[in-house]
Design a protein around this ligand. Structure first.
Ligand code: SAH
Ligand code: SF4
Ligand code: F3S
Length: 444
């Protein structure tokens, strides 16, 4: 018998990207190897996202396209997992519309994959739809097949308790559950032994790390200090921080520990206090501005990025002007910008006063234009400075040019030299700047 091959397609955030690394690890522990395309795979998994409607539509398009592969090869196993299938309506839609899907499992039971595949292989005629709706326990020690040999994702907590009124994540990922600090530190120590230089700690709101642990005096800042002291990791990143509870202790910890990268992703979502209230974000425009001032005053050289939603129900022209005003005042290094997408089951989906689509698009274009001007100006300010980069390797678009990331998470292009290796650190002087990238000249 030939070795079976798997192919995984991932939609959504880093949490899903990392879950797919675990799925790949589980499959390899069963003897599967990675296929280079869907066409040559014996098992295809689609790890889905439902944060906005377009993510779901793309997934449905992909599942539709798989029918022809199943027609050609009836032994092919097609599986769907991830956030989308945690919604009963979407699960039903998959069951009815896509009979060629053999296997569905959710975000709380991905550790079951080997068992579910064995069951499918034994009973070729049956389909398995197994989605848990309770908050899963935390399963430690699952195998991980990392995509990158020197950068790793480390989940520190699962779920979200914040229930922002537009957001589906708490419904599909369950309540907050923190991993034990010893498990996190142990994992990072092993990663360092394996050659990893940089970890990104993942959680929907890392600032509430530890609040659910039985030992009461844990905080995210304390976890960072433990990691910095006890693992030997060269660089620490994390995402995402909710502005409502970013503590002074965290700011002090970033200042104290040089291995914590000088970059904070701090989603603001909107600049109008009225809209922020409708969104249930638990801070006002002024409180966000005050927090930004505190961060800038205490952590020199910090880069700030954000997420912004435009066209939330009830967002008036003057509310949108508040968002532009905040963007100009804070001068973010970059922003992920989204048009509001109603999600069934969230409070905002039932709110009155929707913003017409044409108006949403105009606001988005306007916002992106202003943010891009600021991003370019902020990047230009780096010209002439020295930056240490962790080298990624040849750039995707042009392999003659290599890319690396600075502590501020800036993507820097430079000319390769023989002694420079992916995963190594180099120093560059910044010689040029565009909206999304910098150019550096290698020093020494
Ligand atoms: N937990 C993180 C990220 C959650 S999802 C946080 O709180 O920041 C990533 C981003 O998607 C959010 O920050 C938000 O800007 C956007 N988003 C979430 N739900 C959305 C919706 N219904 N419509 C449009 N954008 C949405
Ligand atoms: Fe969604 Fe808000 Fe939780 Fe982020 S903090 S995952 S935006 S509910
Ligand atoms: Fe999407 Fe789930 Fe992440 S809904 S954004 S993949 S937590």
């Amino acid at each position: 018998m030939t070795t079976p091959k798997y192919y995984i397609t991932t939609f959504g955030c880093q949490m899903n990207v990392h879950d797919s690394e675990v799925l790949a690890g589980l499959l390899e522990s069963m003897g599967y190897i990675s296929a280079s395309s869907c066409e040559e795979a014996d098992l295809i998994l689609m790890n889905t996202c439902c944060v906005r409607e377009n993510a779901e539509n793309r997934t449905f398009g992909h599942i539709g396209n798989l029918k022809s592969l199943k027609d050609k090869n009836p032994d092919l196993i097609i599986g769907i997992c991830g956030c989308m299938v945690q919604q009963p309506t979407e699960l039903e839609k998959i069951r009815i519309t896509f009979p060629w899907v053999d296997l569905v499992f959710g975000t709380h039971n991905l550790h079951q994959l080997p068992e579910l595949i064995s069951r499918i292989r034994e009973d070729k005629s049956g389909r398995i739809f197994e989605v848990w709706d309770c908050d899963g326990a935390i399963y430690e020690g699952l195998p991980v097949k990392r995509d990158n040999p020197f950068k790793a994702w480390v989940t520190i907590m699962y779920g979200c308790n914040n229930f922002c009124s537009y957001c589906i994540v708490p419904y599909v990922r369950g309540r907050e559950r923190s991993r034990q600090p010893e498990a996190i530190v142990g994992e990072i120590r092993d990663l360092v032994k394996d050659g990893v230089q940089e970890v990104t700690l993942l959680g929907q709101n890392v600032n509430s790390y530890g609040l659910d642990l039985p030992e009461t005096n844990w905080s995210f800042a304390r976890l960072l200090r433990e990691i910095a002291k006890n693992t030997g990791i060269r660089r620490i990143r994390f995402q995402t921080s909710h502005p409502k509870d970013l503590s002074n202790e965290l700011i002090e910890t970033i200042v104290e520990i040089p291995t914590i990268c000088r970059h904070l992703h701090l989603p603001v979502q909107a600049g109008s206090t009225r809209v922020l209230e409708l969104m249930n974000r638990c801070y006002s425009k002024e409180q966000y501005q005050e927090l930004i001032d505190r961060i800038k005053n205490n952590i020199p050289g910090i880069a700030l990025t954000t997420d912004i939603i435009v066209g939330f129900p009830g967002e008036r022209e003057e509310d949108f002007r508040d968002t532009l005003d905040l963007v100009k005042q804070v001068r973010f290094d970059g922003a992920f910008t989204f048009i509001y997408s109603p999600r069934i089951g969230t409070p905002a989906a039932n709110m009155s006063d929707p913003v017409p689509e044409i108006e949403q698009k105009l606001r988005l274009t306007n916002l992106i234009k202003i943010q891009n001007e600021i991003s370019l100006e902020k990047n230009k300010a780096y010209i002439g400075t020295l930056q240490e980069l962790l080298v990624d390797g040849p750039s995707e678009k042009n392999p003659q040019v290599w890319a690396g990331r600075s502590s501020q998470n800036k993507l820097v292009h430079f000319k390769p030299a023989p002694r420079i290796k992916p995963g190594g650190f180099i120093n560059v002087r910044i010689a040029g700047a565009q909206t999304f990238t910098l150019e550096g000249e290698v020093i020494g």
